[in-house]
Design a protein around this ligand. Structure first.
Ligand code: NAD
Length: 358
C-alpha cells in the first residue's frame, strides 16, 4: 500500500537535491506516493502567498513531509515559510543528528550527538518592542532602574508546558534510539526563572527514566567549551530555542558542515524532514551541490515511518560512497575545484548503485 508523503521541492538548489533524495528513497524499496506541493518565493505570484493553504492541508493530511530549502528574501516583508510552517503545524521539536562520517573532512571523528531544540517559544516568538516605543518604556519603568531608558526589548518566555513536551521528546527519542544520556543546556545561573524552570522540568522528566537514561545539566557557555574539547562525551542534548539554534550549528560544524547535516521539525501531528542548509541560490540549476543532507533527512523520515531496515540500507550506502570519496560532490573533495567531483544527480546514482550492491 505504501505511504503518502508531502514533497516540497523548495527553490534555489532545493528541487535538485530533493529529486536526488526522492530517487534514493524510492530505490530503498519503500513504496511512497508523493504529493508534490509548491511553496516559496516562486509561487508568490500565482497564489499570493509563499505558503499556500494546499501545502498545509497536504502535510496535515499525510502527517509527513520531505522539504527542500526555501529562500527567505530579505526586506520584502514576507514571513519565513520555514518559520510559518513550524508555527502553523506546531512542529515544536527540531531534531538534528550530528554524526562523524569517514571521508568528510572535519577536526573530529567519533562524534554522534543529537541536538533537540525547542521550536515554539523563548526569544523567537517575535514579542519585541522597539527603542522609544510606549511598551518598551513601560517595561523600562517596571524594571526599577535595571533597564536603560531607550532600550529595545525582546521578551524571553519559557513555559512548563513547552519544556515538558520538548524534554519528554528528548528522553523518548533517547530511549527509542538506544541512547544513554540526555544533557539539558541553559544559562540557569543567570536566567533563574526562565532557564531555571527548564532545568526544574528536566529533573522531573528525568525521574520517569531513572535507571534507563542518564540526565545531566550543563550551562551553555560550558557546553560550548565541552563540545569543542570533548565532543565524544555527549549524546542527546536538549535546549531552549536560542541556545538550540546556536549549539546545533556548532555541532554541525564539528562533523563537517552543511552538506551532510540532516534535520527534522516534529510535532504531535506532523513531521517535516529537511536539511539544515539553505537554498544555496548561486548554484541553482548547476547540478552541483551535495544531496547528502536531504538524503539523510529522508533516512530520518524512513525511521519515523518505522522503515528501519530501509533507513539503515540508505544510510550504509551514503556512508560507503562518502568514505570512498570518488563519486562525491565538490564540497567533499580535498579541493573545491577538484575536476573529479560529480554532480548532485550522479552522487545520488552512486548511492543507489551502492545500495543495490550491498
Ligand atoms: P545556504 O545554506 O544556502 O548556503 C551557505 C553556504 O553553504 C554556501 O556557500 C553554499 O554554497 C553552501 N551549501 C549549502 N548547501 C550546500 C550543499 N547541499 N552542498 C554544498 N554546499 C552547500 O545558506 P544561506 O546562503 O545563508 O541561505 C540561502 C537562502 O536559504 C536564504 O534565503 C535563507 O533564508 C534560506 N535558508 C532556508 C532554510 C530552509 O529552508 N530550511 C535554511 C537555511 C537558510
Amino acid at each position: 500500500m505504501g505511504y503518502s508523503v508531502t514533497l516540497i521541492p523548495g527553490d534555489g538548489t532545493g528541487p535538485e537535491v530533493v529529486e536526488a533524495a526522492r530517487r534514493v528513497l524510492e530505490a530503498s524499496g519503500v513504496k511512497i506516493a508523493w504529493d508534490v506541493v509548491e511553496a516559496g518565493a516562486d509561487v508568490m505570484e500565482k497564489y499570493g502567498t509563499p505558503l499556500p493553504e494546499r501545502v498545509l492541508q497536504s502535510i496535515r493530511s499525510n502527517g509527513v513531509a520531505l522539504k527542500g530549502p526555501i529562500t527567505t528574501p530579505i526586506g520584502t516583508g514576507f514571513r519565513s515559510v520555514n518559520v510559518a510552517l513550524r508555527h502553523e503545524l506546531d512542529l515544536y521539536a527540531c531534531l538534528r543528528p550530528c554524526k562523524s562520517f569517514t571521508g568528510v573532512r572535519s577536526r573530529y571523528s567519533d562524534i554522534d550527538i543529537v541536538v533537540v531544540r525547542e521550536n515554539s517559544e523563548d526569544l523567537y516568538t517575535g514579542v519585541e518592542f522597539d527603542e522609544g516605543s510606549e511598551e518598551a518604556e513601560q517595561i523600562v519603568a517596571m524594571s526599577g532602574g535595571k533597564i536603560r531608558p531607550g532600550s529595545a526589548i525582546t521578551v524571553k518566555h519559557i513555559s512548563a508546558y513547552a519544556s515538558e513536551r520538548i524534554i519528554g521528546f528528548a528522553f523518548k527519542y533517547a530511549l527509542e534510539n538506544g541512547r544513554k544520556k540526555v544533557t539539558a543546556v541553559t544559562k540557569a545561573n543567570i536566567l533563574k526563572f526562565t532557564d531555571g524552570l527548564f532545568f526544574r522540568v528536566g529533573r522531573e522528566v528525568a525521574k520517569r527514566y531513572e535507571g534507563k537514561i542518564e540526565y545531566q545539566e550543563l550551562l551553555v557557555d560550558n557546553m560550548c567549551m565541552q563540545l569543542v574539547q570533548k565532543p565524544e562525551l555527549y549524546d542527546v542534548l536538549v535546549l531552549p530555542n536560542l541556545y538550540g539554534d546556536i549549539v546545533s550549528d556548532l555541532c554541525a560544524g564539528l562533523v563537517g558542515g552543511l552538506g551532510v547535516a540532516p534535520g527534522a521539525n516534529i510535532g504531535d501531528k506532523a513531521a517535516v524532514f529537511e536539511a539544515i542548509h539553505g537554498s544555496a541560490p548561486r548554484y541553482k540549476g548547476m547540478n552541483k551541490v551535495n544531496p547528502t543532507a536531504v538524503i539523510l533527512s529522508g533516512v530520518m523520515m524512513l525511521r519515523y515511518l518505522g522503515e528501519k531496515q530501509a533507513a539503515d540500507a540508505v544510510e550504509r550506502a551514503v556512508v560507503a560512497v562518502i568514505a570512498e570519496g570518488k563519486e562525491v560532490t565538490y564540497d567533499l573533495k580535498p579541493h573545491r575545484d577538484d575536476p573529479t567531483a560529480v554532480g548532485t544527480s550522479q552522487m545520488a546514482d552512486a548511492i543507489i548503485r551502492r545500495m543495490k550492491a550491498m
